[in-house]
Unconditional design. Structure first.
Lengths: 439, 614
């Protein structure tokens, strides 16, 4: 595992060097390279250290860690001098508290889920809604604090973990399904609103996209109509047993999601709106916010099978590729190492993810399970969002590629997560005993 | 150290059975990304590769240098200098445009920002003054978003002197650019509009090259090199697409700057055409049509008042008189003599002595000398330019003979001078009026009389007259007067047609022409002690001479400009073994015996000083 991280880190260093090869010709003259090498060493030490700390220990201090991270985030927002609102300076180092908050959040929310699960399996009756509200609040606080930094990409990690853990709660499918429907429809509504913004106007625009009484009435009326239609259709065609109420609630949730999305659209920042718009159509603003996506796709595509060679990418050297040592490093790798190299990096990431998911399966207690599941989710989320954004299939959010992108805080926090996961793994069941579940 | 019992916690199994899906999720996630990666990098690779190349390439035309024009001694007549065009950069936002306007204002340059185009650079001003150019290049950071580009411009060092033979260039007009013929031109290109610049446009233009520059994301341009590109193979591929410009060929003219300058200074205020030709080769040492204009003014677009002044000038500065047709007047008489000698009519007994006036076909025809010349030989008749004598020769010959001999010695064809727009000479025959639908179409014998002294329907351009005198001077060679001596180092040959026979007859005519400049000859003013000159005066009438007018015999200066006579003087020197021929034609300057004769003398003496007769 350490080897994998080390290899990924080395690839990262190579391409950070490549990204600045026009300015610093010698490898070790580049301060970025030197810094990243130091981060890798620290990261590996962190893996070693955290893999030897019993993860059960975290359960006891979970609340305190979580509260401390929230305080840190609050401090970032209101007290400490910061860089771009994300980093706080400690001496010559700048640290990203949101990375620490991720670890703290994982430790804490895993504990909450574990407690709920244990209580339920012991037979206690616990109000599910209350639990959802409680964990939702726990999620919302760091989400809001990070979101207002502003760092939407990192902020999205918190609700992401929360939602997926919910699915693995093992109960309340209907409620959680409704919640998911609501959230998905609001997300979809947001996209839709941004996509059609400006193209529909006048009375119909006001009714469909507005937030007034007419819109509410329209949605309620539409939901009733659609419910009756769908209910009758299902009754006669499939003999479904779903009640009218369930279907109607589904639609209400659906439409209220779309309705709420209007509020979301009015809250998010114009540059974020722009990112979504350019994700829908990058060519709507070639010179502006679509530029990154287009250039990133060109970089990846032009690499071909074998690439242009390290430090020889034209998109890299002539500055067409933006943020190429951090968020768009995958494009850089694709351009210079081609399909071979980028597939290699993807495979390494895949192996790490696979290893973590195996750890989740092998965990001998519920806390270990939730812990490694959350770790998996964090890394999966990062890898997927980053690579997806590089290839233009997901909107641009400032999310780094784990263990490859330049950046100390994320490398070290990722290493800590891996370390924790290794500890869960070392205490887990043998492969054989897992094999029973692995048919 | 284990806090919890190592046996499994209750309910964990159900969680695990849920969680079996997780590794698949991770696997599918990576697979999905790989598929997209494969699609981008393998299937659509060429498309994106082309896009990435397009990103960084900036094609730039490298202008070929227009060929220089040199005189026969290698002195520069037309060369190139640098011009500076001012541009506003492309792709500017509104704020940046405002900054550009501010910096333009601080330079005192007006610009209509509404015409701004984002996708290409915007020309603000051509021909920037040199101080402004210096200011802009030295303090470039003071003037953001505007830049200067250098373009080669034509420069005519001798201004008016070479306007007619060399011509001028000007910016190619947009209508030209639309046609396929001018595909290799762009809107910054100059094109020859007249004279040799137009005639030899193909030689002078050259072929533009193509340079590839690298540009980065900010539009900053860099030299194409493997170092900047980071890849040797891509560099080679791009470098192969570059083309070196092929400069236009330099052309060396037959003209002599010093002679040209000398003659032009003499006649710059009067409407005239002067040419000097080498009678062994046909090279024109001098070719002047005056008054002239400075060809440099056409380069930058001409001011309306200057244009109006040129256009309303009665002396027609833009007209190249050297290739326009005029009545050759008495300079045509040697040709009449030539025809008569060839027909052996000069010794006819019917030729009567000149009494000042003679009746032909019941029309009184006058000699220019009222008292008459008496009985004369051919040579004497040429010397005295006796009209009556040549009327009689013309009458004996008949109009068709003129045409016949003109055709024979190629007098009725254009001279073949390498200028565009030469007029075809007019030598009438019996059918001439019929063909051209003049009057009733019938040729009347008295009209032959006018032709025989070079008036009436005959008309030749000065270059054609020069050629005719070259014919006499070279004893029967029809030379092609030309201006182009060499293209680069390549000699250029123009055809010379030598005619067998008639040499004795030409010798007799030359004898007469030699006597013209003797004491008592009509061209005595051209007589020079330094050079023996053969020549012939001529006076083309602008207005029909009426009896009343003749009696009045007013001073030329009192007649309105337009009605004054047009004088000629055609000559060659040295007499006996001629080496050069010259023709002087002036518009509205009185008799050919005055100004042209004096100018001719000056020219020959000047040429003697310059060592042309050594």
């Amino acid at each position: 595992m350490i080897c994998l991280i080390f290899v990924l880190g080395t690839v990262g260093v190579l391409f950070i060097y490549s990204a600045f090869s026009t300015e610093h010709s010698a490898f070790l003259e580049n301060p970025m390279v030197v810094k990243q090498i130091i981060f890798i060493l620290i990261g590996i030490i962190m893996i070693a250290v955290f893999s030897h700390i019993d993860y059960s220990l975290y359960r006891r201090m979970a609340v305190f860690v979580y509260l401390f991270s929230i305080l840190l985030l609050l401090g970032t927002a209101y007290v400490f001098p910061t860089v771009k609102g994300r980093w706080i300076r400690i001496g010559f180092l700048s640290v990203q508290p949101s990375e620490f908050a991720k670890i703290a959040f994982i430790i804490y929310i895993s504990n909450l889920f574990r407690n709920y699960f244990m209580d339920r399996s012991k037979g206690y009756i616990i109000n599910l809604t209350l639990f959802i509200l409680k964990t939702g609040l726990v999620t919302l606080i760091p989400f809001y604090l990070v979101f207002s930094q502003p760092d939407l990409g990192t902020a999205m990690v918190f609700p992401g973990i929360w939602l997926v853990l919910m699915i693995f709660l093992g109960t309340g499918q209907r409620l959680i399904g409704g919640l998911l429907l609501f959230l998905l429809s609001s997300a979809g509504g947001m996209f839709l609103r941004i996509a059609v913004e400006g193209s529909i106007s006048g009375i119909w625009g006001n009714i469909f996209l507005g937030s007034g009484l007419w819109t509410v009435l329209l949605f309620v009326f539409a939901s009733i109509l659609l419910t009756m239609f769908l209910f009758l259709l299902m009754r006669f065609l499939t003999g479904s047993t779903l009640s009218v109420l369930t279907v109607w609630i589904m639609f209400i949730l659906f439409f209220s999601g779309i309705y709420i999305s209007g509020a979301v659209v009015s809250v998010i920042k114009p540059y974020q709106k722009n990112r979504i718009r350019t994700f829908i159509d990058p060519y709507s603003d070639i010179r502006g916010s679509g530029w990154n996506v287009i250039q990133s796709k060109i970089s990846i595509g032009s690499g071909g099978f074998s690439g242009k060679g390290l430090t020889k990418g034209t998109q890299n050297r002539l500055n067409f590729l933006p943020e190429r040592h951090t968020d768009f490093i995958f494009s850089l790798i694709s351009e210079e190492w081609g399909f071979r190299g980028s597939l290699f990096v993807l495979l390494l990431q895949g192996i790490i993810l696979f290893f973590i998911s195996m750890t989740a399966l092998r965990a001998t207690d519920v806390y270990g399970f939730y812990l490694s599941l959350s770790i998996l989710l964090v890394l999966l989320f990062h890898t997927f969002m980053n690579v997806g954004m590089n290839m233009g299939i997901l909107p641009v959010t400032g999310i780094p590629l784990p263990f490859v992108s330049y950046g100390g805080s994320f490398f070290i926090s990722g290493s800590i997560l891996i370390g924790i996961n290794l500890n869960v793994h070392s205490q887990g069941a043998t492969i054989k005993s897992v094999g029973a579940y692995w048919k | 150290m284990v806090y919890f019992p190592s046996e499994q916690e209750p309910g964990l199994e159900s969680l695990r059975s849920h969680a079996k899906i997780i590794p698949y999720l991770a696997f599918f996630g990576v697979l999905l990304l790989s598929v997209q990666l494969f699609y981008l990098q393998i299937i659509e690779r060429d498309k994106y590769y082309a896009l990435s190349t397009k990103n960084l390439i900036h094609r730039e035309k490298v202008k070929a240098r227009r060929g220089k024009i040199l005189d026969r001694n290698g002195k520069l007549i037309a060369g190139n200098r640098m011009g500076y065009n001012l541009y506003v950069a492309s792709g500017l936002s509104k704020k940046e445009r405002l900054k550009a306007i501010t910096s333009l204002c601080s330079l005192g340059i007006k610009w209509d920002a509404r015409k701004y185009k984002t996708n290409r650079s915007n020309l603000v001003k051509r021909y920037l003054e040199y101080p402004l150019y210096l200011e802009l290049t030295i303090n470039s950071e003071k003037y953001p978003y505007i830049y200067v580009e250098e373009i080669p411009l034509r420069d005519y060092y001798y201004k008016e002197i070479f306007y007619h033979p060399v011509g001028y260039v000007s910016l190619i007009s947009p209508e030209y650019l639309k046609s396929k013929k001018y595909a290799n031109y762009d809107d910054n290109d100059y094109i020859g509009k007249s004279g040799l610049e137009k005639k030899y446009e193909g030689l002078l233009k050259g072929t533009d090259g193509l340079r590839i520059l690298l540009k980065d994301t900010y539009g900053k341009k860099m030299v194409l090199s493997s170092g900047n590109l980071g890849s040797e193979s891509l560099y080679k591929k791009l470098h192969a697409g570059e083309r070196e410009p092929k400069d236009g060929k330099d052309i060396i003219l037959t003209l002599d700057i010093l002679l040209q300058q000398f003659i032009y200074e003499e006649i710059k205020d009067i409407s005239a055409s002067v040419m000097v030709m080498d009678v062994s080769t046909g090279e024109l040492l001098s070719y002047i049509s005056s008054p002239s204009v400075d060809p440099n003014i056409f380069l930058q677009g001409i001011a309306i008042e200057v244009w109006e002044k040129i256009r309303s000038d009665a002396r027609h500065p833009l007209l190249d008189k050297g290739i326009e047709n005029f009545n050759p007047a008495s300079t045509f008489k040697p040709f009449t003599a030539y025809c008569a000698l060839m027909e052996d009519l000069t010794e006819e007994r019917s030729i009567k002595p000149c009494r000042g006036v003679m009746k032909f076909y019941n029309i009184k025809k006058h000699c220019w000398k009222r008292r008459g010349h008496g009985r004369e030989t051919l040579e004497e008749a040429i010397r005295d330019s006796c009209n009556i004598y040549f009327y009689q020769l013309g009458d004996l010959l008949g109009i068709n003979k003129f045409k016949e001999y003109a055709d024979k010695i190629h007098l009725s064809r254009p001279s073949g001078i390498d200028l565009l727009g030469e007029k075809t000479p007019v030598i009438p025959d019996l059918k001439f009026k019929f063909r051209n639908k003049i009057a009733d179409g019938r040729w009347y014998p008295p009209e032959t009389l006018d032709v025989s002294i070079g008036q009436g329907f005959v008309s030749l351009s000065p270059v054609k007259v020069l050629q005719l005198y070259g014919f006499f001077a070279s004893y029967g060679k029809m030379l092609t007067p030309h201006l182009l001596k060499r293209i680069g180092n390549e000699e250029v040959f123009f055809p010379t047609v030598a005619f067998e026979g008639g040499q004795e007859q030409i010798a007799r005519i030359n004898k007469g022409l030699e006597m013209v400049t003797s004491w008592g000859g009509t061209g005595w003013r051209a007589r020079s002690l330094k050079v023996k000159i053969s020549g012939k005066t001529g006076t083309m009438q602008s207005k029909r001479i009426t009896e009343y007018f003749k009696k009045l015999s007013p001073d030329q200066n009192e007649i309105p400009y337009k009605e004054r006579d047009n004088p000629w003087f055609a000559s060659f020197a040295p007499a006996g073994s001629p080496r050069f021929a010259a023709v002087v034609f002036m518009e509205h300057q009185g008799s050919g015996a005055y100004l042209p004769a004096i100018l001719t003398k000056k020219i020959w003496e000047r040429m003697k000083e310059m060592g042309y007769f050594d």
